[in-house]
Design a protein around this ligand. Structure first.
Ligand code: NAD
Length: 506
């Protein structure tokens, strides 16, 4: 077994190369790292770690492509995006298989990920409408004013392992549709989905060099963050890296949106339908083995429902399957991460939590080379515990008990993360109050994973987002463009004269 790690080796012929200028590039001198199957531990592929020379090559290629792509007509751009949408829709099963193989999430979940990415492509198909500016005729006598949005140039997109296809699609379609060119650095843990997408863009007719893929780790990211020709950076990943990317990128004069980690709470009020709440907690807590930035990791049971709710969640948790023909969840991304997640379970009881369902036997099963951990349920978790404070990012669901709505709200609002949250209740007024009072960016009412549609924008508050631009929707269009306002006079020149005072409207 070759665990994905920083250990480097020489690139083999089975490697997945960079994709620069519409072709695969595998510089012989670059070290490589392995991409292993989380399900079997077997080697799937290897990727090169980009040198600064390769970073420069990718950015120069994107810059060259921008000189024509940035001014190509909206009609031509839109036709390519429509073709990409059609190809992706027809072949989404292929992409889901790649995701499932490298990430480990079950096929149906991978297909759902592709579908949510596809929605952003469909949103980008409306780019002529989204880029329409405004005009004021006769703003002053014989003077008209209009505004327009223009592309930035080459932009960098840096993505995490947990959504190897969807997160790249939060950004790439809109960056391209708005006239920019892209260098995308996917996670080194499951990189192939982005190569597949780049090749599909080519098949859809996108000119070479508009979308480039660069493989690597921190070195490649730093190369992009400090490159003078990169105009903007879209990043998604853990909070410490998001903060680093934001600070480094903005210090280098770039526009940066950096989406970070999460700890999402689901508040259950005493009047909620507890079966529905339990179904939702289990689906949102353990789906994709808890490796979702919108996963529910904390259930806050309000009032005297806690025992009943925990019993319902536990019963469902025990019924989940990790093997057989139709598993509910797969392994974690690799054994190192599995062991880290497991360490929170190991320490939970000594911190005072109760271990209601213990999934650790999966980590000791005959699948020794794989990265499995069974769904685990902790009760009586408190805000002082490490298992509460850290983003565990695995199939570990914690229950915190609160006496009142205020106590539950205070818990959520005191948390340094603010990505997603949900309330379960039959009381519309309570839900509305929660919506007004909670300091979190994406809120569900009886919806456990409130991921906004592509035509809204995705992003959290507090330590879940650095910068002020969320992904896709109107904020995505704004992020990848800058405005111009034109003031024009086309009256009779004979009526003009010199006027040295500051221009006034008449
Ligand atoms: P990560 O921060 O380890 O890696 C993200 C990207 O940054 C990868 O491409 C990686 O190569 C690169 N990177 C890693 N360390 C770096 C460093 N020191 N300097 C520069 N670049 C570095 O994140 P991950 O483990 O791949 O993904 C999981 C995390 O992403 C979780 O915290 C999850 O909550 C978060 N996430 C957030 C959202 C959101 O929308 N807020 C969405 C998905 C995932």
């Amino acid at each position: 077994m070759t665990e994905s790690s920083s250990a480097t080796r020489t690139l083999s012929t089975a490697a997945t190369g960079h994709w620069i200028g519409g072709e695969t590039v595998t510089p012989a001198a670059e070290p490589s790292i392995a991409v292993d199957s989380p399900t079997t531990g077997e080697l799937i592929t290897e990727i090169p770690l980009a040198s600064q020379e390769t970073v420069d090559h990718a950015v120069a290629t994107a810059k060259e492509a921008f000189s024509s792509w940035g001014s190509i007509s909206l009609s031509k751009r839109t036709q390519i995006i429509f073709r990409y949408r059609e190809l992706l829709n027809a072949r989404k099963g292929e992409l889901a298989q790649i995701i499932s193989r490298e990430h480990g999430k079950v096929f149906s979940d991978a297909l759902g990920e592709v579908q949510r990415g596809l929605e952003v492509v469909e949103f980008a198909c409306g780019i002529p409408h989204l880029l329409k500016g405004s005009q004021s005729v006769n703003a002053s006598t014989d003077v008209d004013v209009h505004s327009a949005r223009h592309p930035l140039g080459p932009v960098a997109i840096i993505t995490p392992f947990n959504f190897p296809a969807m997160v790249p699609m939060w950004f790439t379609p809109l960056a391209v549709a708005t006239g920019n060119t892209v260098v995308i650095k996917p996670s080194e843990k499951d990189p192939s989905a982005v190569n597949w997408q780049a090749e599909l863009w080519k098949e859809a007719g996108l000119p070479d060099g508009v979308v480039n893929v660069l493989h690597g780790d921190k070195g490649a990211v730093d190369g992009l963050l400090n490159h003078p020709d990169i105009e903007a950076v879209s990043f998604v990943g853990s909070t410490p890296v998001a903060q680093y990317v934001y600070e480094t990128g903005t210090a280098a004069g770039k526009r940066v949106q950096a989406l970070g980690g999460a700890k999402n709470h689901m508040m259950v009020l005493p009047d909620a339908n507890l079966d529905r709440a339990a179904d939702s907690a289990v689906s949102a807590g353990y789906g994709s083995a808890g490796e979702r930035c919108m996963a529910i990791s904390v259930v806050v049971a309000v009032g005297d429902i806690a025992d009943e709710l925990v019993a319902k969640i536990a019963e469902r948790t025990r019924g989940l399957r990790l093997d057989g023909d139709n598993p509910d969840l797969g392994p974690l991304i690799n054994r190192a991460h599995r062991d880290k997640v497991r360490s929170y379970v190991d320490g939970a009881e000594s911190e005072g939590a109760s271990l209601v369902v213990d999934g650790r036997s999966w980590a000791e099963s005959d699948k020794a080379e794989a990265a499995y951990l069974g769904p685990t349920l902790l009760d009586h978790v408190g805000p002082q515990m490490k298992s509460y404070q850290d983003e565990i990012f695995g199939p570990v669901l914690s229950v915190v008990r609160a006496e009142t709505y205020h106590e539950a709200l205070e818990l959520i609002n005191s948390n340094p993360y603010g990505n997603g949250t949900a309330i379960f209740t039959r009381d519309g007024a309570a839900a509305r109050r929660f919506e007004m009072e909670v300091t979190v960016g994406m809120i569900g009412v009886n919806v456990p994973i409130p991921v906004p549609m592509a035509y809204y924008s995705f992003g959290g508050w507090k330590n879940s987002l650095f910068g002020d631009s969320h992904a896709h929707g109107a904020e995505g269009v704004n992020f990848y463009t800058r405005g111009k306002v034109v003031t024009a006079r086309w009256g009779d020149p004979s009526e003009d004269g010199m006027q040295l005072g500051f221009p006034q409207n008449d």
